[in-house]
Design a protein around this ligand. Sequence first.
Ligand code: ZN
Length: 227
Amino acid sequence: MKLERRAAGDADATDEFNDRTHRDDGASVAAKLKEGLTLLQELLYCRLHGDVQRFVGKDSMLVPLSELKAQLEAKTETAIFQVVESHAAAAAIGVIEPQDPWYLQWLACVLLGKSMVDAEMRAKILEYAKKPPRRRLLAFTNVLARVLPESRQAPLVLFTLFPLSVHIATAAALGDVGRATALRKQQTDHLAAIDDCNVCKGRPLKIGKQCPKCGNPLWKHQWLVAD
Ligand SMILES: [Zn+2]
């Protein structure tokens, strides 16, 4: 696959999505993907950094030199991984062709801004896109371990749940509620405690929302270690 350099501002992103998919909801899809996936970037950073330090203990050897720099890098690396997972989710729904790479470049620009999507980032995206899901996830956790050494202490189930949360956010943004519900069921197969929350009942939430009790769409530390 080769990525094109196309895609620019909001209007261009809307037009490109509508042209490519023959839909008319490009503006809404782009806004929802940005909102849902940005929330997941923030929650993953919180689970890997704040939660781990709070519940597992702070090891001074593991504190990054610059926390802000590490946070930005972690969120950027997460966005790159999300682009490829979201591409797979959109292909599974049938909105795009699995081998058609336009969505990768398109979503990278939506999430990170066109100026950030340079040759190095395009190469990273294509590197992930070449890998099957498990290898992709392993590569991502290795990147996180370098950027946030404390992420090695996070509960392993978090890394299994995260790509599925990206797929759910993508299904919700594309309006496929049934698919989002089916994907949530896959998550409860990995973490049964998801169903135990008496606030959200483990259901997929509206884009950009999170459950104050359990942390759905990416669960708090106590829930990850509940099973
Ligand atoms: Zn909940």
